[in-house]
Write a protein that binds this ligand. Structure first.
Ligand SMILES: [Zn+2]
Length: 608
């Protein structure tokens, strides 16, 4: 920057009526912002060596002893001798010390926005509490600690993981919390419960119409609210006040660090519909921060930018205004990929849409309050679904559809088939999400339509036994989550945890896909087990393919971004039952160290 001439400075200082002072300040301010935006692009050179390097490359492997990285990109791989030829005084040498280097995991379906909201919720989950007495004691304690009239938001309510726990009714919740509005979200996030004050606060009565098909506030035979709230749109109406109560700005950084600490270098938000969250995440991840967002950051309305996860987004069709003008949007750090639609719901609320009904077990009819001989139905009007798929397909966006049940997936594929036969737009990478009862006989059709699944594999780990014994029966569970069949059919597939539904732990997903074992050690559908390498690819390269990012991330290959993780053990060399115990030691995004176990543990100790 050249110095302003003395003449101009003298004039502006001496002339208080001039608006040049202001112009000068604004110019400096803009320059500071521009420099802040450029600060991250400084040169860096790194060499990784000294441990196993699992490249995940699809091309036949050569010996890889070391990796050379420059300015956030992988430049070359090879023997230690070859790679160390790149070494200069400025090169950072990273000795793996016997640990293993892999590409970062690609989180292909998660909900950081929900996770950030839920950070402040009271935890009632089966990951923390074992008995129903413990769960209700925790709620009573929360009531004691909360001022009268203030909201109490709870999460993780789970009659399946907590033995003996049954869904509460409105009277029971009123008896525990007569003076506070209470909202309790199920672990599945597809149902919730609220007390009378909560409904009153949100203006919902027995006469309030259901917000969408399959989304409702349950009423008894007299038309009175029972306290049960079913499916996303109904839940969002009641939980709307949580957005005002919790400051998600403070929680988003914690949530991002949790992803990095699990080795996840890219995340994908499924079904974002909130413009504030959109701006916040765009500002955090993009490489090209917008001027107005930098201003909001400087006045404390957005969190400070620091290197973090890449972030891909699928928006809801109900918020078309959030879509960028063009499919080519954003950058490799923050981008909208397409639209997310729901065709059915959750296996645990009765909203999974199936050919055969749920079992009429005590868990189904009493615990989960699912009607006898119920087989679910679509959670969206069929015409609305067709119109939305057609609109976004024609515009060239990826379409990702939540579909758990066999009947659901059959109908969804029918819609895609019809639309693709009517359209000249081809080869978009559309997706089916979760696929619990994805019928293997439909995989051929999926392949023809270029639709690939992302499997919600830890349903098997956490709820496999309940699904087998109480919800679906042995026959259906033996065929559920057909991961191996998908690969055999020559298709890509990915695995996801759907956090905050299940903890966002890729190595836990890997162990379940490889062993097909439940938390209790029962094996379900062993013929669908996959080798460790296939599971690792599902968590990296194949996931990147589903995001149209396979040329840029997902493996350690020259030209790709240096999104790398160091694990304390090589997943290809440990017993399958201990994959879940492998620890992430360090995480790098774009060649920048963004998380280390040592630092995180020190901070954790410090905060105690
Ligand atoms: Zn989800």
């Amino acid at each position: 920057m050249t110095k302003p001439s003395k003449r101009i400075r003298a004039k502006t200082v001496n002339d208080p009526t001039s608006n040049r002072n202001l112009c000068y300040c604004v110019a400096c301010f803009v320059l500071v912002l521009l420099l802040a935006g450029c600060a991250k692009t400084e040169q860096n050179r790194m060499i990784f060596y000294g441990g196993d390097i699992v490249t995940m490359s699809n091309t036949p492997s050569m010996v890889v002893e070391a990796v050379f990285v420059e300015n956030g990109r992988i430049v070359s791989l090879g023997s230690k001798e070859e790679i160390f030829k790149h070494k200069t005084d400025a090169t950072q040498i990273i000795d793996l010390q016997g640990n293993t280097l892999l590409p970062g995991f690609v989180g292909v379906h998660t909900h950081p926005d929900l996770a950030a909201y839920l950070y402040g919720y009271v935890d009632l989950s089966g990951f923390t509490y074992k008995t129903q007495d413990e769960v209700w004691a925790r709620l009573r304690q929360a009531v004691k600690e909360t001022k009268k009239g203030q909201w109490i938001f709870c999460r993780g309510f789970d009659p399946m993981l907590v033995s003996g726990l049954t869904a509460p009714d409105i009277k029971y919740l009123d008896s525990i919390a007569p003076d506070n509005p209470v909202f309790i979200l199920a672990q599945s996030m597809h149902s919730a419960w609220a007390n009378s004050l909560a409904f009153k606060k949100m203006g919902i009565t027995g006469k309030t119409p259901d917000p969408a098909p399959g989304n409702y506030y349950e009423k008894d035979s007299r038309g009175e609210l029972t306290g049960l709230i079913v499916e996303t749109k109904a839940i969002m109406t009641v939980a709307a006040d949580a957005i005002k109560v919790f400051n998600i700005k403070d929680n988003v950084s914690k949530v991002s660090d949790d992803y990095l600490g699990n080795g996840i270098t890219s995340i994908t938000t499924m079904g974002l519909a909130n413009s504030k969250a959109f701006i916040l995440y765009e500002h955090l991840s993009t490489h090209h921060p917008k001027f107005k967002h930098n201003v909001l950051d400087m006045i404390g309305m957005l969190p400070d930018r620091k290197p973090t996860v890449r972030h891909f987004v699928y928006l809801m069709h109900t918020t078309p205004s959030l879509f960028p003008a063009k499919v080519e949007n954003g950058d490799d750090f923050f981008k909208v990929c397409g639209v997310k639609l729901w065709y059915d719901g959750s296996p645990y609320t009765g909203s999974m849409y199936m050919k055969e009904p749920y079992l009429n077990s005590a868990l189904v009819t009493k615990g989960l309050k699912i009607p006898v001989n119920h087989s679910g139905k679509p959670v969206i009007d069929k015409q609305e679904f067709y119109d939305a798929v057609k609109k976004y397909h024609e515009l060239g966006w990826q379409v990702s559809v939540h579909s758990q049940g066999d009947q659901s997936t059959e109908e969804v594929l029918g819609v895609f088939e019809q639309i693709q036969s009517e359209s000249s737009v081809k080869n978009l990478r559309h997706r089916i999400e979760h696929g619990m009862l994805l019928p293997p006989e439909l995989l051929g059709k999926m392949k023809r339509l270029n639709i690939t699944p992302s499997f919600h594999i830890n349903h098997l780990y956490y709820y496999g036994s309940a699904l087998k014994n109480d919800i679906l029966g042995a026959q259906r569970t033996a065929k559920m989550l057909p991961v191996k069949s998908t690969g055999k059919n020559g298709m890509y597939f990915s695995l996801h945890a759907d956090a905050p539904m299940y903890p966002e732990e890729p190595l836990s997903l890997l162990q379940t896909a490889v062993t097909r074992k439940t938390r209790e050690g029962e094996i379900i559908g062993l013929q669908e087990a996959i080798p460790v390498m296939d599971g690792l690819k599902a968590l990296t390269l194949y996931a990147a393919w589903q995001l149209n990012m396979d040329k840029k991330i997902g493996s350690i290959e020259p030209g790709k971004y240096a999104d790398l993780i160091i694990l304390d053990k090589n997943p290809l060399k440990v017993a399958p039952d201990s994959l879940r115990d492998i620890r992430v030691m360090k995480t790098f995004v774009n060649g920048t160290e963004v998380w280390t176990r040592q630092k995180a543990e020190e901070e954790h100790k410090g905060s105690k």
